[in-house]
Structure formats: C-alpha cells, structure tokens
Design a protein. Structure first.
Length: 165
C-alpha cells in the first residue's frame, strides 16, 4: 500500500506500508541495533526492506502482525540511508506518515503542526505510578506506600522469596 513520509523541513519520501492503512507522527530517530527495538517502537517502524517471515526460532508471529496488534504503522521501500543522513545533518525532526493523503505539501504541513519534543519531560509521561518488579513472567506491584529508593530491590527480593515458598 502506497505511503508518504514527510518531514517538517519539506523533505518527503515515497514509501509503502507493510501493515496496512494508517497514519503516524512524531520525532524521527534512527536505531542501528540488532536487538531491543521492541522497546523503542512507539509511533512507526521504518525499514528499508520488510521480510514477511520470522528469522528467529522463538518467533511466534511476523513483525507485521506484531506491529498491527500494537497499532504501529510499518513502512518500507524507501531510502532509509538518505533519511538517516538527512536527520544527522539537520537534526531531529518531526515527521508525518500516511497512507491516506498523497499530497506532499499537505503532509509537510501536518508534520509542521506536530508539537515539538524540545523541553518536554517525556519520562514523566511513561513512568509507572507505583513500583513493581517482574517474577514468574508477571509484574508484581509492590504498593503505593513503598518509596522509590535503592532499598526497593531488597524489598522486592524479599517479596519474591516469599512467593516462591
């Protein structure tokens, strides 16, 4: 499905969605790691070429299926190297991606309308309200009255040991 990636400075890239129709917007960043990208996926996933078959024996579904389940747009078939070089040279930029609007000028205008990330405390927006730790593949919430400090791990270890008994 045809898509367009538009940057706030007017640069656009024709591309293709491999997750179906949709729109996404935010700040463009690049990640060259081979693992850990699940943690950085937020508004869209941009790749040079999508492979529609899992390459890991532990995989339970395709990347496209995972992204669709999370409501994340996936795009491919554009020059990711040119995009990376562009944002390295010009700095972080707001971007708008769509399969619904094929007018580059309209899409650039939408990219410019996105709130700037500068000065935002985004960590505060995604941090949990109560402390928890993971045990037996599930989160265990410690409670509102336990202060966040270096002693939290001693406390969570104590709870974990009691759960194992």
């Amino acid at each position: 499905m045809k898509a367009i990636l538009s940057l706030e400075d007017g640069r656009t890239f024709n591309c293709r969605s491999f997750t179906g129709p949709g729109e996404a917007w935010g700040e463009v960043v690049f990640n060259t790691s081979m693992t850990g990208y699940q943690e950085v996926l937020t508004s869209a996933f941009l790749v040079k070429e999508y492979q529609d078959f899992p390459s890991n024996f532990r995989s339970t579904s395709t990347l496209a299926d995972y992204l669709k389940a999370q409501g994340i747009l996936g795009i491919e078939q554009f020059d990711t190297r040119a995009l990376t070089r562009h944002i390295r040279k010009t700095g972080a930029m707001r971007a708008f991606i769509t399969t619904r609007d094929s007018d580059p000028a309209s899409c650039v205008k939408r990219a410019r309308g996105i709130s700037s990330m500068a000065g935002q405390d985004l960590v505060k927006e995604v941090t949990t309200k109560v402390p928890y730790f993971w045990t037996q593949e599930k989160p265990v919430y410690i409670g509102k009255d336990v202060p966040l400090s270096k002693n939290i791990w001693k406390y969570s270890l104590f709870i974990s040991e009691k759960m194992s008994l």
